[in-house]
Design a protein around this ligand. Sequence first.
Ligand SMILES: NC(=O)c1ccc[n+]([C@@H]2O[C@H](COP(=O)([O-])OP(=O)(O)OC[C@H]3O[C@@H](n4cnc5c(N)ncnc54)[C@H](O)[C@@H]3O)[C@@H](O)[C@H]2O)c1
Ligand SMILES: [Zn+2]
Length: 362
Amino acid sequence: MTTTVPVHLGDRSYEIHIGTGLLARLDELFKPVVRGKKCLVVTDTTVAPLYAGVCTSALSKLGVTAAQAVIPAGENSKNGEQLFRLYDAAIACGLDRKSFVVALGGGVVGDLAGYAAASFLRGIQLIQIPTTLLSMVDSAVGGKTGINLPQGKNLVGAFHQPSLVVCDIETLKTLPRRELVAGLAEVVKYGVFWDAELFELLERNADQILAGDPALLAKIVARSCEIKAEVVGKDEREEGLRAILNFGHTMGHAVEAVSGYGHFLHGEAVAIGMVYAARISENLKSFPVSGTTRLVALLKKFGLPVGAPELAWEPLRRAMAVDKKGVAGKLKFVLAGNIGEAEFGCETPEDLMRQTWESMRG
Ligand SMILES: NC(=O)c1ccc[n+]([C@@H]2O[C@H](COP(=O)([O-])OP(=O)(O)OC[C@H]3O[C@@H](n4cnc5c(N)ncnc54)[C@H](O)[C@@H]3O)[C@@H](O)[C@H]2O)c1
Ligand SMILES: [Zn+2]
């Protein structure tokens, strides 16, 4: 069974298809969407041997010539050097304005290939085929693309919506468990800031989800995509509401940066950040203590961290200040009033920020 989630963005609207075995049917899914006969499939060294073959043979059924560019797996590839390698590959295979880029992989491939598509010839068509849970529920949807600079993450980028997103749940079978679990943190996030029913579904079915039940995975991917699509449909360029997607991320990003990138996976740091935001919410938004208890229990059940690691407050506070979402030194948090309800743009007293962190360390 395939679920289709529409993303309503006027003339940049597109569909997200979620199901099992979709890679083998890419020709059918691509047919109504692509105009050109040439494309560059960007993937990484882990994903290429697993899924690039099935992808390119489906494209050949459509009469599309697909060249391949394979980047080394990992966050270190989201840089200018790899970006220019992609431009070289695009020129070598003769891409023109009608051609398209296929991003086949996790968020690293999606962001890098997405930015290449956004900038090459001032922008060509992009199709996202996410193969990690995180990229299915988050990075492949919404149009943010970009690369890192030595000075910081995601400092160069563009909004470039894909024309199509294909989430083949079968690809999650080969995903390392730690990566799957990190993606689940983002799904929990959608439950907390938007959808109490999704949160309950996760609570009821945590074991089956961890065991890789494809129907449940498809369900939580589809619901997460619906929520992201609704938020992005209302605020594509993060002028307001889109900030709500950052629940747990202010502290999450700081934990990632201060512990040294790579120590925690992004989703793991977000899990810690969500517990932190929930505790602040107890103080400022009457978030029920039982809500925090449920959040902690669910994250623990998935095997995500919930306590504060041994990191001093001052560097974390500095890291939160430089996170580009903070405006002019004023930190704004997304805080929850209940499970399924949150507000963005919440100012938080300095002493509460610090005490909350210290209470999580105790
Ligand atoms: N654009 C956005 O809106 C947005 C949102 C969230 C995160 N991001 C970005 O996404 C990136 C993280 O994405 P990620 O977590 O997917 O990381 P990733 O792309 O590095 O993938 C994680 C690892 O899993 C491997 N992998 C991917 N699919 C696999 C599969 N099916 N089977 C086996 N191995 C597989 C990859 O090779 C990699 O080693 C970060 O750079 C982050 O900044 C972007
Ligand atoms: Zn995130």
